[in-house]
Ligand binder design. Structure first.
Ligand code: CS2
Length: 430
């Protein structure tokens, strides 16, 4: 088993990561572990959980160490990751979180807080009441930045690693909205000193189950509470616009580029768009996992069409970006029989995911007078899901259920002033 090949105890913590779930541990933390293994020091990660204390309870007793199991049809590869040094629970150690952000050793604050963690109102602007709340990333970052300025320290790079369109610009705008309301004297300093690069992040990471932990124990000989399970594929495209030092992630597989948009758009509309369609259509047909749904002959062609004929034409590909090869690779990744990726996990937070995954594609075609049969079926499957007995895990759950139950469900969900803001307007027979 591969283990960290650098002196963990000699590394300063250069990164504070907010939202230290399984995805971060299988993605950015692995690149950072690789970078430190390649000799680039002082990029230890201080993890922060904004809500639950689960990850802190799993990782702190293990000194931040955990395994990543990479699973494919060929078997499982196990590796120990040393990049995470400790995990703070914001609600229990607020000052420690602020101190970590304000530490002279910190250069980057990164985020995987999921779509809903950005606390946006339906029109995309900051929900200021929520942003002033206890589990708001803005409060901690705002306080940490204020302490840095007071100490005469330089600003930071705020690195959003969530599946949002234009995640860097979105984070910058929301952070500015928060500062304008709560700490207006910091705005100019923020503009001068801080950067918010865009990123495209990609690795399929199902939620870890107890069966996964048991499988790891069989190999490791010890129980790893923080174990994560993933696929072999991993991709990270980052806009090269940092406020200060950063790990040499490009030496260990990340792509540092001037413009992330073509990669990000392709990923959101093709991979994530297909994922959400698989989730709702698959659940409707009684499947549990992605690999089952994509193998269903009643679903497979619909997903191919969604990616190749509906999403791909809307993307302004970068030179050398081959969307047909991308679609083919995605079908292979979805079919991975060794990864039990639950459809219900992807079905969660639909109100936050669907605009950038489906509705931008639908609007693009609508402007050209074209219909999208696959995305139309996906929208119908989401409404059927909202009407079904499945538990709805979504910040708008109650409103969605009510809207979906109404005879004019499409209007209430997607119409002007509906629950889901977008440029797409439902038509009869979408
Ligand atoms: C999935 C993503 O849960 C979901 O909504 O679509 O987490 C997906 O697995 C990742 O974005 C892959 O990079």
């Amino acid at each position: 088993m591969r283990t960290p090949d650098y002196d963990r105890s000699a590394q300063a913590a250069g990164i504070v990561h907010i939202g230290i779930g399984a995805f971060h541990r299988a993605h950015q933390a692995v690149y950072t572990d690789d970078a430190m293994g390649a000799g680039d020091g002082d990029w230890g990660i201080t993890g922060v959980s904004l809500r639950s204390g689960d990850v802190a309870a799993q990782l702190n007793p293990q000194d931040g160490l955990y395994t990543v199991s990479t699973r494919s049809a060929a078997g499982t590869d196990l590796r120990l990751i040393g990049a995470v040094q400790r995990v703070l629970v914001a609600g229990e150690a607020a000052q420690d979180v602020i101190d970590a952000i304000a530490s002279p050793a910190t250069h980057i604050v990164s985020f995987t807080v999921t779509e809903k963690g950005y606390l946006r109102a339906a029109d995309g602007s900051l929900d200021l009441a929520a942003a002033r709340g206890a589990s708001s990333l803005y409060r901690f970052v705002g306080a940490g930045l204020a302490a840095r300025r007071a100490a005469g320290l330089p600003g930071l790079t705020l690195l959003s690693c969530d599946n949002l369109a234009n995640n860097g610009a979105v984070l910058r705008a929301l952070m500015r909205d928060y500062l304008a309301a709560a700490q207006p004297d910091l705005l100019d300093w923020f503009d001068r000193e801080c950067r918010c690069p865009a990123t495209m992040i990609d690795r399929i990471v199902p939620a870890t189950t107890d069966a996964d932990r048991t499988a790891v124990k069989a190999v490791l000989g010890a129980r790893d509470e923080g174990a994560v399970v993933t696929e072999a594929f991993s991709q990270w495209v980052i806009e090269d616009d940092f406020a200060g030092p950063r790990p040499r992630w490009e030496d260990v597989g990340a792509e540092l580029v001037a413009d992330v948009a073509p990669y990000e758009t392709a990923k959101l509309r093709m991979l994530n768009g297909a994922h959400s369609a698989l989730a709702y259509i698959g659940l409707g047909r009684g499947h549990l996992y992605v690999h089952q749904a994509v193998a269903d002959p009643g679903i497979h062609p619909l997903i191919e069409r969604l990616m190749r004929e509906e999403a791909a034409p809307t993307i302004d590909a970068a030179p050398g970006q081959d969307l047909s090869a991308y679609a083919e690779a995605l079908m292979g990744r979805f079919a991975n029989p060794a990864l039990d990726h639950r459809l219900i996990q992807i079905a969660m937070d639909g109100s936050q995911k669907i605009p950038q995954r489906w509705l931008e594609t639908l609007a693009w075609h609508q402007r050209r007078g074209q219909r999208c049969a696959s995305l139309g079926a996906a929208v119908a499957a989401w409404i059927a899901f909202l009407r079904s007995d499945h538990p709805i895990d979504d910040p708008l759950a109650d409103k969605l259920r009510d809207a979906a139950a109404a005879p004019d469900a499409m209007e209430r969900l997607f119409g002007k002033g509906g629950l889901i803001a977008s440029d797409w307007r439902p038509e009869p027979n979408v």
